[in-house]
Write a protein that binds this ligand. Structure first.
Ligand code: AMP
Length: 396
């Protein structure tokens, strides 16, 4: 894997594709700067070498139209704050201004070009657009893990114009190493914990991971389809009726590959989908008709704890209860505790994809696990075994 650490960027202009698609408040201030912080090491490395950095990114979905709402000028102060350096801003990523400002950029300086998605050519993967961008620089670095699963002009197509000077940024390298640690070189026993609402969105991940793992914990809403397939009464709990057969097939496949599957044994049920609903703890195979399972029960928490605490490598994707409602968050919190404890004991733990990342940040577990991925879709597609376009073009 060729990273920015393998090259000296002295006097080079470097196009760095970052993912500054950050959340903003109503007055367009950055509310979470994780994605900016995450690429600081890459930018610092290039600047310390004596190179200059041309940052390119998208923000939101402007769909090819220029708008104030999606302008990157709104996030310049936050970038300057995080990088602790002045950042010049070019109000167009194409045209004369961009050519002049990139042309005049001095070593040690950082320039941010306006939102790439103000041009529809970006998402279309236009070769012409990519070639124009490539003219600004001597080298190309992709550190946008969050968009690495998209074959866009700036994330994939552009690399062909830098046959010998294309590199992974340090964030990309870290993310890819974390995935490899689970799927390829993980210390055993390896446990994957999958939760969330639907079996259908996790099937490919399960199938791809089975050859690599020893234990599969299935929790959250998706567990009820398995429980029903095994003959349980699940009341009004989440169910994907058309996936019942598939659930049984997954259990068979796991058995054939010597993967031990752990399903919940009890659940906290509610009489309606609301934080204020009446609650009870019951056997998960025996949920009353008009009730629904909303969180992992106490026996389940203990069961999962035992598996996790004895694991050396852990991947977690998806909450095991409706954690957004305080009355149904305890199961997911207990799971976070178990993973934190295993990590403390020396296990490698990776949290990736959507809601579990939101959970670890919100509930203070981000520093208690080994690695929290910055890319939702990109992480999920990696776990599905797909080679991400943004990764492939740098490796080839
Ligand atoms: P996903 O996007 O598929 O990873 O699903 C995440 C969502 O699953 C979260 O919003 C949780 O509230 C939801 N979830 C977890 N457990 C349950 C459950 N038992 N019933 C309904 N939704 C659940």
């Amino acid at each position: 894997m060729k990273t920015v650490n393998d090259f000296n960027f002295k006097d080079k202009k470097v196009l760095v594709r970052v993912d500054f698609n950050v959340p903003q408040s109503a007055d367009l201030k950055v509310t979470d700067n994780t994605r900016i912080q995450a690429v600081k090491p890459t930018i610092d490395k290039i600047l310390q070498d004596g190179g200059s950095v041309i940052l390119i990114t998208h923000l939101g979905r402007p769909k090819g139209k220029v708008s104030d709402e999606f302008s990157l000028k709104n996030i310049v102060p936050e970038i300057e704050e995080v990088l602790q350096t002045d950042v010049e801003f070019c109000p167009d990523c194409m045209g004369e201004d961009a050519t002049n400002m990139t042309g005049n950029l001095k070593p040690g300086k950082v320039l941010l070009l306006e939102n790439l998605r103000f041009y529809s050519e970006e998402e279309q993967g236009s070769v012409d657009f990519a070639e124009k961008l490539s003219k600004y620089a001597d080298a190309y670095v992709n550190d946008a893990f969050g968009t690495a699963h998209r074959a866009h002009a700036s994330t994939a197509v552009i690399a062909q114009f830098f046959p010998t000077t294309k590199f992974f940024g340090l964030l990309m390298a870290q993310e890819l190493k974390a995935i490899d640690k689970v799927l390829k070189s993980g210390e055993k026993p390896i446990t994957a914990i999958l939760g969330g609402s639907k079996v259908s969105t996790k099937i490919t991940i399960i199938e791809n991971m089975l050859p690599a793992i020893d234990h599969l914990i299935i929790g959250g809403g998706m567990a009820f389809t398995f429980v029903k397939a095994l003959g349980g009464n699940i009341g009004k709990s989440l169910l994907e009726e058309d996936k019942l057969q598939l659930a049984l097939e997954i259990l068979e496949k796991a058995k054939a590959q010597n993967v031990k599957v752990h399903l919940p044994v009890d659940t906290i049920i509610a009489d309606e989908f609301s934080n204020d609903a009446d609650r009870k703890e019951v056997d998960i195979y025996d949920i009353p008709e008009s009730w629904m399972g909303m969180d992992a029960g106490s026996k389940t928490r203990d069961l999962f704890h035992d598996v996790i605490i004895n694991s050396r490598t852990i991947l977690w994707n998806g909450p095991i209860g409706v954690f957004e409602m305080p009355n149904f968050s305890a199961g997911t919190i207990a799971l976070g505790e178990s993973i934190a404890e295993a990590t403390e004991l020396g296990a490698f733990s990776l949290v990736g994809g959507g809601d579990s990342v939101a959970f670890v940040k919100q509930f203070g577990y981000a520093d208690k696990v080994s690695y929290v991925s910055t890319g939702g879709g990109a992480m999920l597609e990696s776990l599905e075994g797909k080679e991400l376009p943004g990764v492939k073009v740098i490796n080839s």
